[in-house]
Ligand binder design. Structure first.
Ligand SMILES: *[C@@H]1O[C@H](CO)[C@@H](O)[C@H](O)[C@H]1NC(C)=O
Length: 270
């Protein structure tokens, strides 16, 4: 279910609700693609509340076509459900649909939609992309971590060899995730942080919880006037998670400021 809602967030282009309201008041109706009739206020939400959203949408699209409009609560959405339709949104007219719809995770965890995942397409976002391609993820930068990656890989292979000669079972998925986390940590932060240095519940648990919370259904996103009540307690949890991330980032930045003068390997934060 989690990933389906994430995929939906990517493929569904949401029209600006303010614009939609303005249109209602100004009686200037935008021409929308065909779609199923809905109820007042809830719109078509009742049609997509089942367990498998993708199957429900597939079913409805068979009747209304590969590009259809629906209403999730007060939020108008356009569903693209064929490869060709997806290409129109994601490739041909990608600039028009490049921004993400409002999302509570974007607001509370991603610094009010200012990061590169949730940020609105515009000068700020283009600057972030430029920074990533020219500075943070440039060939020179990535190659500069080559020997570190080789070293980490060496440690990993040796531990496999040792386990093999001692006939010890190895959970390869977990070990590969750990290897990748170790390398990412070294490249981005300059050193390996222990799980508990991030939070007493550990980095992995917090990341998993963040993904689940960010993709949970939140009724406030479909009925903005309900979001102040935080009916599922999601927003309270998001604020707690945001604080954990924020405290950790502060700590990492402080450590970098303090060790600025020492000759150290340059990680991405430098
Ligand atoms: C990742 O780093 C930790 C801490 O140094 C180490 O204990 C662990 O074995 C490493 N994981 C892998 C797969 O190399």
């Amino acid at each position: 279910m989690v990933s389906i809602w994430q995929v939906l967030a990517v493929i569904v282009a949401v029209l600006d609700p303010v614009q939609a309201l303005l249109n209602i008041f100004m009686k200037k109706k935008k021409k929308l693609p065909p779609g199923p009739k809905g109820f007042p206020i809830i719109g078509n939400l009742h049609m997509v509340l089942g367990k498998n959203l993708h199957q429900a949408l597939h079913h409805i699209a068979k009747k209304h076509g590969p590009i259809m409009s629906m209403q999730f609560g007060l939020v108008p959405v356009i569903i693209a459900s064929s490869p060709h339709a997806a290409e129109l949104f994601l490739k041909k007219h990608d600039i028009a649909f490049a921004s993400r719809p409002y999302n509570a995770a974007g607001q509370y965890i991603a610094y009010d939609h200012r990061d590169i995942v949730f940020g609105k397409y515009g000068p700020h976002w283009r600057n972030m992309r430029k920074l990533c391609t020219i500075k943070l993820l440039s060939n020179i930068k990535i190659n500069s971590f080559r020997s570190m990656r080789k070293q980490e890989l060496g440690i990993f292979v040796n531990s496999l060899k040792q386990a093999a000669s001692n006939h010890i079972e190895v959970d390869l998925s977990a070990e590969l995730a750990s290897l990748s986390a170790n390398m990412s940590c070294l490249m981005v932060l300059g050193k390996k942080y222990m799980e508990e240095e991030f939070d007493e519940r550990g980095f992995k648990n917090i990341m998993e919880e963040t993904v689940v919370i960010a993709a949970s259904r939140n009724i406030g996103e479909f009925f903005p006037f309900l979001s102040v009540f935080d009916l599922h307690g999601i927003i309270a949890r998001m604020k707690e998670l945001a604080k954990i991330f924020d405290d950790f980032f502060e700590k990492v930045i402080d450590e970098h400021v303090q060790s600025k003068d020492q000759k150290k390997a340059k990680d991405i934060i430098y």
